[in-house]
Design a protein around this ligand. Structure first.
Ligand SMILES: [Zn+2]
Ligand SMILES: [Zn+2]
Length: 336
């Protein structure tokens, strides 16, 4: 099979021929129908020494073969996959809190992922896709589940106002779910004009250019003068948690979803003086993953604007490098 692999940290991906994977007991062999490029892949590729790894954890595919002991799955079945290969037996797995499984392996980091024509996954981590959810939508299930979990962690109340920092795929999807969850004003701050337009297209009620405007006063102005109670950080670069604390109101709630793997500095007193409630969101639960598939299947959310490009494996190395710099793109899908 053809696959794009990491070579060394910071170097472009290389498209190579690899031996086709074989499903072991309990696993399914999938043809990858679509796989999204995630911002966390862009960060990880520059810092993690993982030579030869096939990245990609936002994928859906069609079953080609099943390993020994797999029941309920057959060739031609379509599925979105969790971005975690779980143990299936621990307390966290049995209650759907998959990220809290102590032995879960991250797909595309700790085991091969979807930047390839084929991949294997434990059958238990496949979620069936109805016909109404095509491959483009199927590859969006994972990032949409991350965004939904972020909104759950924020504990949005009906009529609450929220400021979202970052209008990339997660920030825009957080804006979408905030509106679905009953938020009143949902304001997205992003320096890229096209990302502000995308955020408005999927549910934001207003947008801010943080280069041109003071974010805190611009957000308050759009909420009738009072600053929004919630600030949701969806960028993941050093300085953003402090920025969130700076723009949050007294007694505000800051929810951090941006994945930042670099050392960062904060002034704790900013958070203390405002008695901020700062919380983090990571991954999603299995019921949240299913809820996304169900809402997509029933046409309850329009996420098409989030997909700004579809490419083949050959274009992946160049596109991946280009996405490391600020761009007009939101979600780019690989259709190997
Ligand atoms: Zn992702
Ligand atoms: Zn487990």
């Amino acid at each position: 099979m053809r696959a794009a692999v990491l070579t060394e940290p910071g170097a472009p991906l290389a498209v190579v021929d690899l031996e086709d994977p074989t499903p072991t007991a309990g696993e399914v062999l999938l043809q990858v129908d679509a796989c999204g490029i995630c911002g966390s892949d862009l960060h990880a590729a520059d810092v993690l020494p993982l030579p030869g790894l096939v990245m990609g954890h936002e994928l859906c595919g069609t079953v080609v073969d099943v390993g020994p002991g797999v029941e309920g799955w057959a060739p031609d079945d379509r599925a979105a996959v969790l971005s975690l290969a779980t143990c299936g037996t621990c307390a966290a797995c049995l209650t759907g809190r998959v990220r809290k499984c102590a032995t879960a392996q991250m797909v595309g980091i700790e085991r091969p992922g979807g930047y390839a024509e084929l991949t294997t996954m434990p059958a238990r981590d496949l979620h069936r896709l109805p016909d109404a959810v095509d491959a483009r939508l199927g590859a969006l299930v994972e990032p949409l589940a991350v965004a939904l979990h972020t909104v759950q962690r924020a504990e949005i109340g009906i009529g609450d106002n929220a400021l979202v920092l970052g209008g990339g795929p997660i920030g825009a999807a957080v804006a979408l779910w905030l509106r679905q969850a009953g938020a009143h004003e949902v304001i997205v701050s992003d320096p890229v004009a096209h990302r502000r337009e995308l955020s408005l297209a999927v549910g934001a009620t207003a947008v801010i250019d943080p280069v041109a405007e003071d974010v805190a006063s611009a957000a308050a102005a759009r909420c009738g003068g009072a600053p929004p109670k919630h600030v949701i950080e969806c960028v993941g670069l050093p300085g953003l948690i402090q920025h969130a604390a700076d723009v949050a109101p007294v007694d505000g709630i800051v929810t951090v979803a941006g994945v930042c793997m670099a050392p960062d500095q904060v002034v704790p007193f900013t958070m203390m003086a405002k008695e901020l409630d700062v919380r983090f969101a990571f991954y999603y639960t299995r019921p949240e993953f299913d809820a996304v598939i169900d809402l997509l299947a029933r046409g309850r959310v329009d996420v098409e604007p989030l997909v700004t490009d579809e490419i083949g494996l050959d274009q992946l190395p160049d596109t991946f490098e280009a996405l490391k710099r600020p761009s007009e793109q939101c979600k780019v899908l690989i259709t190997p």
